[in-house]
Design a protein around this ligand. Structure first.
Ligand SMILES: [Mn+2]
Length: 282
């Protein structure tokens, strides 16, 4: 079992680096086909099933499906340890089934797992909770599997950019880091050091509560019109935080996805009409 998972992580990481539309650390989607973007999934298996049912990649080779923040949350073992890694490995198997169509973008919890740092959430240390459950689950194979998982997480792109000027990433740098944000991070091969506190890949995945001015500056800096992010909890599944910013969540019963045509231009208002409630998906 351990070798299968180590190989799975390696193969999926190789696919990440060699994917047709990957340019540096950004996936640049073509100007045709369909995008299906999701918010934080947090181990929610039922929503994963709904999302894949909706995307229907078997019948839609021109559809690109993007996930984010799968790890942490969802089912727990009897000691309160986090079992989201089971769903995560399923999603890697799914990614390998549809090469170039399925992407996972880097989230802040991924940076914490790669660098083995703490993330507190609701009074619980999430990284430790997952490491402990993985140790119980995999026993002596834990080290090899965690090493392979970290390599995979590091291979993830930071963002997806569509030809119709829509950008998707886990988050964006917080206001005070916008002015000096170093966009070279999108071009270089990422190392674990790039995810250290205050480094650009860290800032990109951890920012919250962006002002309209910051979003405006970032839209000029990244040369896009609309941002779709996850990271910030959305009770109703989404919010139109600013004119150019839509935030999605896919981790609960009111979770959503967004689906739009890559060959069409959209205003933010029109994009809001492309949001699909997962409750409405069979
Ligand atoms: Mn997050």
């Amino acid at each position: 079992m351990a070798q299968e998972i180590v190989d799975l992580c390696k193969k999926a990481a190789e696919l990440n680096y060699s994917a047709q539309y990957r340019k540096g650390n950004v996936v640049q989607l073509p100007d045709e086909g369909k995008a299906v973007f999701t918010g934080d999934l947090h181990g929610h298996r039922r929503n994963f099933e709904k999302i894949t049912h909706f995307a229907d990649l078997d019948n839609d080779p021109g559809t690109f499906l993007v996930f984010q923040e799968i790890l942490h949350g969802g089912p727990e073992d009897e000691y309160g340890g986090c079992l989201s890694f089971e769903l995560f490995f399923n999603i890697l198997r799914y990614q390998l089934q549809y090469p170039g169509q399925v992407y996972l973008v880097m989230g802040n919890h991924d940076t914490a797992i790669i660098n083995d740092t703490n993330v507190l959430k609701g009074g619980k240390e999430m990284n430790e909770a997952m490491k402990n459950s993985m140790k119980r689950y995999y026993g002596d194979d834990y080290g090899a599997i965690m090493g392979a998982l970290r390599e995979y997480l590091l291979s993830q792109p930071l963002a997806v950019r569509c030809s119709n000027r829509i950008w998707m990433s886990h988050s964006l740098p917080a206001d005070r880091y916008v002015e000096d944000f170093n966009t070279e991070v999108f071009a270089k091969r990422l190392g674990a050091d790039d995810l250290n506190r205050q480094e650009p890949a860290y800032l990109l995945t951890w920012g919250r509560r962006h002002s309209m001015e910051a979003i405006e500056k970032l839209s000029q800096l990244f040369d896009v019109d609309i941002f779709i992010l996850g990271h910030q909890p959305q009770e109703n599944g989404f919010s139109h935080a600013h004119e150019k910013l839509i935030i999605l969540a896919s981790d609960h019963n009111h979770g959503c996805l967004i689906s739009f045509d890559l060959g069409k231009s959209y205003t933010a208002g029109e994009l809001l009409g492309c949001i699909v409630s997962l409750a409405s998906v069979a």
